[in-house]
Design a protein. Structure first.
Length: 370
């Protein structure tokens, strides 16, 4: 059974009833007040009161526009706020804006004179097509910030002048002081500071004390370590007697042959590295280079003392049901090498388990849960 449709007259009657009730409510409101004041009395928002005002005009009521809110804030002749009697704000007309000096004075000064916000002054200026007085704004900004930052700018200029006198570049001064490159350049231009050009002549680099390390020289002249390393290598290639960069203890970065000649190459790379105090990879690379040059140096032995290369069949004979650490300890090899061979053999022989499979199986053992 289909629902019956209500006649059109029914909805017209309902709408008329709603309009009559709204008209009765709107007639009780004092529309001479502002939207904010009415909202405060009706305990609602001002935007809702603005909608009521438009609806009342649509119903035929003579409702004026919203008045400006009552305020106790007035301004003196200079435009600064003072305490005064209750008065309504006067709308800002084009005449009042011109009398306040819009376009001649800054927006902040005009806002103080008219008692409105600076954003409202900007909107009025754009509506009138009046451009911003950049000179007045710059002057007002300099007046407000000169006393505030004059001492800091003076100190920064003194530091920049002192560092520039030592031959530092703008980038060097920026790294040393933590101030941005643009700030250094701007301050130098304002105070007439002359900076050294970035490129230094070769005579400057030749006069440095190259017996020091690259880090020490970089700190001394205020540049990065990579630039010092590049110039050290460049001057060595040009035939200058410049040593390599030493370590912090004064030893040469590349050990001389007399040190390598006294090494007991029958020991493993790890043992030699611990004795000399370098990385094991350095020992392995040096062993390989000396063997290629024809020196009778054996290969690095494993933990059992053997020097043979591990064959593919040797890895297949390993008991892979043990952990990588146990296998590495037995063979005297690094654990990462055993782990790499386990992954390689697992892809070729699926019966060889991975290390994570062994860990998962160990968690399921009864003795593991105890």
């Amino acid at each position: 059974m289909s629902p019956t449709r209500r006649p059109r007259e029914f909805f017209e009657a309902v709408n008329q009833s709603i309009a009559d009730r709204a008209r009765e409510f709107f007639e009780t409101i004092d529309w001479s007040l502002s939207n904010r004041e009415i909202a405060r009395l009706q305990n609602c928002q001002a935007c809702l009161v603005s909608a009521w005002r438009r609806r009342a005009r649509a119903l035929g009521l003579s409702v004026p526009r919203s008045a400006y809110p009552v305020t106790t804030r007035t301004v003196d002749a200079g435009g600064f706020p003072t305490a005064g009697v209750a008065a309504r704000k006067i709308p800002v007309t084009n005449k009042r804006a011109a009398e306040a000096g819009i376009g001649v004075k800054t927006d902040t000064e005009v806002a103080r004179i008219l008692g409105i916000s600076r954003e409202r002054v900007r909107q009025i200026r754009n509506r009138l097509g009046v451009p911003l007085n950049a000179a007045a704004r710059a002057e007002a900004l300099s007046r407000s910030t000169s006393a505030r930052y004059a001492e800091e700018r003076r100190k920064l200029a003194d530091v920049i002048r002192w560092l520039a006198g030592e031959g530092r570049t703008k980038m060097d001064i920026s790294r040393a002081t933590g101030v941005s490159y643009g700030r250094i350049a701007k301050t130098g231009a304002q105070h007439g500071i002359e900076f050294r050009w970035k490129l230094r002549p070769q005579s400057f680099w030749e006069s440095l004390d190259w017996s020091k390390s690259n880090i020490e020289i970089a700190k001394l002249i205020g540049t990065n370590v990579q630039a010092i390393a590049n110039w050290r290598s460049r001057l060595r290639k040009r035939g200058l007697a410049i040593p390599r960069s030493p370590y912090g203890d004064g030893l040469s970065r590349v050990r001389p042959w007399v040190v390598w000649a006294n090494v007991d190459w029958t020991k493993s790379n790890i043992e030699i590295a611990k004795l000399i105090g370098v990385n094991a990879n350095t020992i392995s690379n040096k062993r390989s280079k000396l063997r290629k040059r024809g020196h009778t140096i054996p290969r690095s032995p494993y933990g059992d003392g053997s020097t043979h290369r591990v064959s593919y069949g040797f890895w297949l004979a390993v008991d892979w049901h043990r952990s990588n650490a146990a296998i590495a300890q037995e063979l005297g090899m690094p654990r990462n090498r055993v782990s790499a061979m386990r992954c390689l053999l697992h892809h070729r022989h699926t019966e060889i388990p991975l290390a994570r499979s062994l860990k998962a199986a160990s968690r399921l053992r009864p003795d593991h849960d105890r």
